[in-house]
Design a protein around this ligand. Structure first.
Ligand code: AMP
Length: 425
């Protein structure tokens, strides 16, 4: 066993190596492939931003801002924060770069690490990875439906069994109907303050709707009796929500209306959604979620401009894929091994491997200075389909020996025919 070393990855962080690294690569690849079908384009924003951006954009009363941010001062005394999520950053970037306005809209997707100082458990880390999308400058209900349809499309293409996923949707109302509802919930909390946990009592004053997220049994029972926002929506919100559901029905997507689904962040309006999976994740069973945030751009100092998006968590998807036994397809998994039969063949083998790679074949080359036997052990370990032996006898005849690793059949193939031979196999 190698020594574990003097340094370990900081608490709540992991190295993505081996299968985990391949899974992340596969998921980002799948995200680009699927989201681009819907007209979404990539965006990359800084890993850190001015602290104020997240305080404004996420809301002071949220757990994320209140307890979980990695905030530091740089050498000039600016307060900076590692991004705890990416929506505020993307909306900020759309304002900075004038991506939206005067008839223009933007559909964007991202993938990368986020940082929250949370208690690490299974599926919950301090540096974790998210993939997400934002549609900015668009407010019709079909965009909400499109976003949800695209999310489910992504999950299915990512290999998650449809039957294991539950899609929950709700409407959180807007600035016309939510304030009154918020006040009703505050009253409800105050009326039941004796039965509520300390945190929910605090929430009554800071962020009453967050009480719906509390995992405390007594609080859950009290919130089950709370007034439902669906009964209090204004006509515009009601109509918009009906339209979203109409489009989801048209698309044949099953969903559950969950009146208690309330996203924790202050800027959400109208449509919210979450996808849950029943798979060994315990309380952390949400693999993704999102919603509309029509108030955010203005809160960040931009023009009043609507937006909707979602984020999915890599760690939890990876756990689900593992549990469901999904084999992650690897990009360019090498199918060909080039073995160096004797030391004088090193240069020729090197040249052949490079020629094949340029022709689009993923190729592993035997290690120089190793015996043929030990090279072939590596070929077996890599589970390649074939091994090409570069040896003096075949070279003299203008070709190589190719061994099919499954049948063990061997045949001489001339260099001129090699390309066609590999293609035809
Ligand atoms: P949120 O930004 O809180 O709405 O979370 C969106 C998704 O990111 C969740 O559904 C999780 O899958 C994932 N997520 C959030 N926080 C963490 C964390 N600390 N560790 C791992 N995944 C997380």
């Amino acid at each position: 066993m190698a020594k574990a070393g003097k340094y370990s990855a900081p608490r709540g962080t992991v190295d993505l190596v081996g299968d985990a690294a391949h899974t992340w690569e596969f998921l980002t690849r799948t995200a680009s492939r699927i989201f681009s079908l819907y007209g979404y384009e990539p965006i990359y924003t800084p890993i850190f931003e001015q602290t104020e951006l997240f305080v404004r954009g996420i809301g002071e009363a949220t757990d994320v801002v209140g307890k979980e941010m990695y905030t530091f001062e740089d050498k000039s005394g600016r307060s900076l924060t590692l991004r705890p999520e990416n929506t505020a950053s993307v909306v900020r970037a759309s304002i900075t770069n004038s991506l939206v306005g005067e008839g223009r809209s933007a559909k964007l997707f991202y993938a990368g690490p986020m940082f929250r100082y949370e208690r690490p458990t299974k599926g919950r880390q301090r540096q974790f990875y998210q993939i997400g999308t934002e549609a900015l400058g668009l407010d019709s209900a079909d965009i909400d439906a499109e976003s949800i349809i695209m999310l489910m499309h992504f999950f299915e293409e990512a290999g998650i069994e449809r039957s294991s996923m539950r899609l929950l949707i709700n409407s959180m109302g807007d600035e016309n109907c939510r304030p009154a509802y918020r006040e009703k919930i505050r009253q409800h909390l105050l009326n039941h303050s004796e039965g509520l946990c300390e945190e929910c009592n605090r929430r009554a004053e800071t962020n009453p709707l967050r009480a719906f997220d509390c995992k405390n049994e007594a609080c859950i029972a009290i919130m089950n009796e709370a007034p439902k926002l669906a009964d209090e929506l204004c006509d515009d919100c009601k109509e918009a929500f009906e339209k979203v559901k109409y489009y989801l029905d048209e698309a044949g997507l099953d969903y559950i209306e969950e009146p208690k689904l309330v996203r924790g962040l202050d800027y959400y309006t109208r449509t919210v959604f979450e996808v849950q999976v029943d798979a060994g994740l315990g309380a952390q069973n949400a693999i993704g979620g999102g919603g509309r945030y029509d108030g955010l751009a203005e809160a960040l100092g931009g023009k009043d401009s609507p937006g909707i998006g979602f984020a999915v968590g890599f760690e939890r998807i990876a756990l689900v894929l593992e549990e469901q036994g999904f084999e992650v397809p690897r990009l360019n998994r090498p199918e060909t091994f080039v073995a160096i039969v004797s030391a004088d063949m090193e240069d020729k083998a090197f040249e052949l491997a490079n020629d094949l790679r340029k022709a689009g074949h993923a190729v592993l080359l035997g290690e120089q200075g190793r015996s043929l036997k030990s090279q072939l052990k590596n070929a077996d370990r890599a589970e390649v389909k074939r091994t090409i032996f570069v040896g003096p006898d075949e070279l003299e005849k203008g070709g190589v020996l190719v061994r099919d690793m499954e049948s063990k059949a061997e045949s001489f193939v001339a260099f001129a025919d090699l390309e066609n031979y590999l293609k035809a196999e």
